[in-house]
Write a protein that binds this ligand. Structure first.
Ligand code: PEP
Ligand code: MN
Length: 357
């Protein structure tokens, strides 16, 4: 790990203006859309223009990307503007094509990072391409080792210009986010690999336009080195991720409002505000889980009603209490606290079930 950390080549980002801003549409759709979006982005704020050419979609029969011809449009942007160009690659063919169109930055998507076979094939295809900047998005689930494993596979093939993108994780179903940010995991990641540039992708964390500013500001608070934010010349008509894309003008307004305090030497220092951000996020998760638990209580209530079973089952309750106290104590929680919490949970659950009766 130390070898990886010490040998990361930061020259590409150190020479760029901080914070680094990557922006552009979720997907390339037409030449006109690509050129117009790029023209409307302000190059004194944005350094890298992004667009997806091949789109990993959860289900088939959605727009899966425009393919190779989109690379020609991106190449035009590269020739006619100051932007560097970024796109997502997910297999050897994508890597070869992106290289042949002189794409500067290749990013690896969250679904690909989660698959060691896929990453290995991408890494093999990149062997010898030591000048490319490769950004690795976090895997969809919060597994730091898997994420670092992807970096190691690339490193083993000679790739040194590396960076990572925090795009959130699929964990709790907090309605505020498409993907849970989990700042705490990112702080742990940074402890392991302090030299690797971390970029935040508020668009894919939020899945909506409204939350982007707040997440971007938090990323700046944690001293991320940049942001990747999706912009589109006509967001409401975007072919993918239309809910989360904003116009280039709205991006500029937002960037002007964000405050970036550079305190590089203290990167690892956790201050009061950082801890509060993490506590707030954990509290939201607790509420999300409580809501899910009480929904199950409702189902339980209906089932007990239709089967004519008593709401209060003393043995079951005793068992829950014992198991929970055992687990909680092993994690360092006090018995008194656990008892209090579980008494409240039980009371609420009974109230809900009584209502159904
Ligand atoms: C994207 O950046 O458009 C994308 C598909 O991202 P992710 O891999 O984070 O879902
Ligand atoms: Mn997208």
């Amino acid at each position: 790990m130390e070898k990886l950390n010490n040998n990361i080549d930061r020259s590409w980002i150190d020479k760029l203006k901080k914070p680094l801003i990557i922006s552009g549409p979720c997907s390339a759709e037409s030449e006109q859309q690509i050129l117009e979006t790029a023209n409307r982005l302000n190059s004194s704020y944005v350094q890298i223009f992004r667009a997806g050419i091949w789109k990993p979609r959860t289900k088939p029969n959605n727009f899966e990307g425009i393919g190779k011809k989109g690379l020609e449009w991106l190449h035009k942007v590269k020739k006619n503007t100051e932007f560097m160009i970024a796109t997502e690659v997910a297999n050897e063919e994508h890597v070869k094509l992106a290289i042949s169109f002189e794409i500067d930055v290749l990013w690896i998507g969250a679904r690909s990072t989660a698959s060691p076979f896929t990453i290995q094939k991408i890494a093999d295809a990149l062997e010898g391409e030591n000048n490319k900047i490769i950004l690795v998005k976090n895997p969809i689930h919060p597994d730091i080792e898997l994420w670092i494993g992807a970096l190691e596979r690339l490193f083993n093939k000679g790739i040194r210009k590396l960076g990572v993108i925090h795009r959130g994780f699929y964990t709790y179903k907090n309605p505020k986010y498409r993907n849970q940010p989990n700042w705490n995991i990112l702080l742990n990641f940074r402890k392991i690999l302090p030299r690797i540039p971390i970029i935040c992708d508020p668009s894919h964390i939020c899945g909506n336009k409204e939350g982007i500013f707040d997440i971007a500001q938090k990323a700046y608070h944690f001293q991320y080195e940049g942001l990747m934010i999706e912009t589109h010349c006509n967001p409401d008509h975007a072919w993918s991720d239309s809910q989360q894309q904003i116009t280039p003008e709205k991006l500029l307004k937002m960037l002007k409002k964000l405050t970036y305090v550079k305190k590089c030497d203290q990167k690892n220092k956790i201050d009061l505000d950082s801890l509060r951000i993490i506590i707030d996020e954990l509290d939201e998760n607790i509420i999300t889980i409580l809501a899910e638990r009480m929904n199950i209580s409702k189902k339980l209530g209906s089932l007990k009603k239709s089967s004519d079973i008593a709401i209060i089952q003393p043995n079951r309750w005793k068992n829950i209490m014992e198991k929970s106290i055992f687990l909680g104590k092993s994690l360092g929680l006090s018995e008194e606290f656990l008892e209090g919490i579980f008494q409240l949970l039980h009371q609420e659950s009974i109230k809900i079930q009584n209502k159904i009766r």
